[in-house]
Design a protein around this ligand. Structure first.
Ligand code: NAD
Length: 250
């Protein structure tokens, strides 16, 4: 009865925010999940011992770790039906304050990490019956220019670009590749900013930049990821779905 019954799904960045909400939603939809994250402590606290979940602690930017995240699905469930390439770091920096190390780290996680997890997932999907589906987490920052996104924004354009190129490359082989482009989402990062000096005023301004004048929730993004991962999106590939309260429509 679930929309992902018995599907083997790898979710990176599953210990927090959007990835965590996606893992919980997928489990409710009957999926068998590999929850992967750098933060082993949180991953264990959330998922250890639960039915239908295997955890993998690793860094998506490290090739061996990215490979292990995909291999965990094949070893535990016999295949990989879905990859949600979601792990990311989100530094808000303008181009003067950003350092070369900031650039390298963000590109390593949000760029190289997305590339590597997609690469190994597609390799496995191409070798199995029925193909598979990938959903990347891009961002409104990966679709349009914004202030203080000099490093993060370009990294998210990589996510958007990878989505389109891989979609075309693998469409004929039954592998769909799509992305969500969330606006600002109510995560711990937003909660932390709320108690900083000037935080509430700044967050009000950010919320008002979205036509719906509020932040989205991780669950609202998870619902869009679920659609793109499910058979209901069977003729959808290369799409970047805004989940942004109208931000990109402006
Ligand atoms: P989050 O910080 O709540 O969760 C990110 C998770 O990824 C964390 O659990 C973290 O430990 C993990 N992670 C970080 N680096 C990793 C690595 N190298 N390898 C494996 N795991 C790693 O953030 P979130 O807001 O849920 O963001 C998830 C995704 O959504 C990111 O790709 C982000 O760019 C994107 N996004 C977020 C927003 C937002 O407003 N929160 C908006 C648009 C897009």
């Amino acid at each position: 009865s679930g929309r992902l019954t018995d599907r083997a799904c790898v979710i990176t960045g599953a210990a927090s925010g959007i990835g965590r909400a996606t893992a919980e939603r997928f489990l409710r939809e009957g999926a068998r999940v590999v929850a992967a994250d750098l933060d082993g402590e949180r991953l264990g606290r959330l998922f250890a011992g639960r039915d239908g979940v295997v955890t993998v602690v690793g860094d998506v930017a490290r090739e061996d770790d990215a490979r292990r995240m995909v291999a965990a699905a094949v070893e535990s469930y016999g295949r990989i039906d879905v990859l949600v390439a979601n792990a990311g770091v989100i530094p808000l920096l303008d181009v003067v304050e950003a350092t070369a190390d900031d650039w390298d780290r963000v590109m390593a996680v949000d760029g190289r990490g997305m590339f590597l997890t997609c690469k190994y997932a597609i390799e496995a999907m191409a070798g199995q019956e029925g193909g598979g589906a990938i959903v990347c987490t891009s961002s409104i920052s990966g679709m349009a220019g914004q202030a203080r996104q000099a490093v993060y924004g370009p990294a998210k354009f990589v996510a958007s670009g990878l989505t389109k190129h891989l979609a075309v490359e693998w469409a004929a082989r039954g592998i769909r590749v799509n992305a969500v482009a969330p606006g600002t989402i109510e995560t711990e990062r937003v909660a932390a900013a709320r108690v900083e000096p000037g935080g509430p005023e700044y967050l009000d301004e950010v919320a008002r930049a979205h036509p719906m004048a509020r932040f989205g929730t991780p669950e609202e993004v998870a619902a869009a990821i679920l659609f793109l991962a499910s058979d209901e999106a069977s003729f959808v590939t290369g799409a970047i779905l805004p989940v942004d309260g109208g931000y990109l429509a402006q």
